[in-house]
Design a protein. Structure first.
Length: 318
């Protein structure tokens, strides 16, 4: 088998990597008391092992049947039930929920009302729609444990919720911060850029020590969220400077009458000016910061949001 050529990238900072996985390809670790997380080094799910059954949080297909293996391992060690009775969806995306159906039809599924609408729209039997939905808040109580689910507006997806474990000093909030790594393309494939940019501050408003962010191998800390916030703030500041300082006129003059060629020339120049200093600053700090396309596409998304959401998009014709 041949593998694709791999460019020379900067070494991954050791602090960005999580624990080694076992022979079956997963690691299960205690977050606090009877709250555990499971990872395959790229994706993360979590579960509460209570006396009345197990509550699963997300079901990434890449972890798949290792979710039940992780539950079985913990249940045997702790002497509790290994039966998954509840499954909470963080959001509707298949890469975090596509193994939901392996827990069968008797599991009580819980999610935001928009998650239900989107799962019904997508019509994938691997991801049954939630039985219990909520609009703003829902308190889940199972086996003497309490979990607070809340929706604070769209961010990565329209339905992405905050999952707070007040008795476990933990917050689970998926696909916004990647612990120790840069977001991938376009603000981590987010649909609402202002919502994505504002979400980490909402997460930090909760009391917690442990943060389950969905990627990659380890739990996140409050410092990880702060570094992510600074990375995004640096892109925003750099984009404002670039938008103000790159003169669009020469690009349109050179391209005339191909107006779209002028747009490309101008926006490519703004993106380059925005992203280049951020790539330089974060290489060696956040893993994969030197894979330029990630910071470039995130810079483009934020720069466009500054124009289109915040405004002004340009001067008003006299
Ligand atoms: Zn997602």
């Amino acid at each position: 088998m041949t593998s694709p050529d791999q460019p020379e990238y900067a070494p991954i900072p050791p602090s960005a990597l999580g624990p080694a996985v076992n022979d079956q390809g997963y690691y299960v670790g205690r977050v606090e008391r009877n709250l555990y997380y499971v990872t395959d080094s790229v994706y993360q799910a979590a579960f509460l092992a209570t006396q009345d059954g197990v509550v699963m949080f997300d079901a990434p297909p890449s972890i798949g049947h290792n979710l039940q293996r992780a539950v079985d391992e913990v249940a045997a060690a702790e002497g509790v039930s290994n039966k998954v009775t509840h499954l909470v969806y963080s959001h509707h995306h298949d890469d975090h929920s596509g193994a939901s159906s392996i827990f069968g039809g008797d599991v009580v599924r819980i999610g935001h009302e928009e998650t239900k609408r989107l799962l019904l729209r997508d019509g994938n039997p691997a991801r049954p729609a939630p039985d219990i939905t909520f609009a703003d808040r829902y308190t889940l109580e199972v086996g003497g444990e309490r979990v607070e689910l809340a929706w604070h507006g769209p961010n990565h997806s329209p339905d992405n919720i905050y999952i707070h474990f007040p008795g476990h000093d933990t917050l689970m909030f998926i696909d916004v911060v990647n612990a120790g790594w840069v977001p991938i393309y376009n603000t981590n494939l987010s649909e609402d850029v202002p919502g994505y940019m504002a979400a980490p501050a909402i997460a930090l408003d909760y009391p917690w020590t442990h943060f389950i962010c969905g990627h990659l191998g380890r739990l996140a800390t409050r410092d990880d969220v702060a570094v992510h916030q600074q990375y995004i703030a640096d892109i925003e500041a750099s984009a404002r400077e670039a938008l103000a300082s790159v003169d669009p006129v020469p690009f349109y003059t050179a391209a005339w009458p191909n107006f779209w060629a002028g747009v490309k020339g101008h926006l490519d120049a703004v993106t380059e000016r925005t992203a280049a200093p951020v790539v330089a600053k974060y290489t060696g700090v956040l893993a994969a910061a030197d894979i330029e396309i990630f910071t470039y596409t995130t810079s483009f998304a934020i720069m466009q949001s500054l124009r289109l959401d915040s405004g002004p998009s340009g001067p008003v014709h006299p």
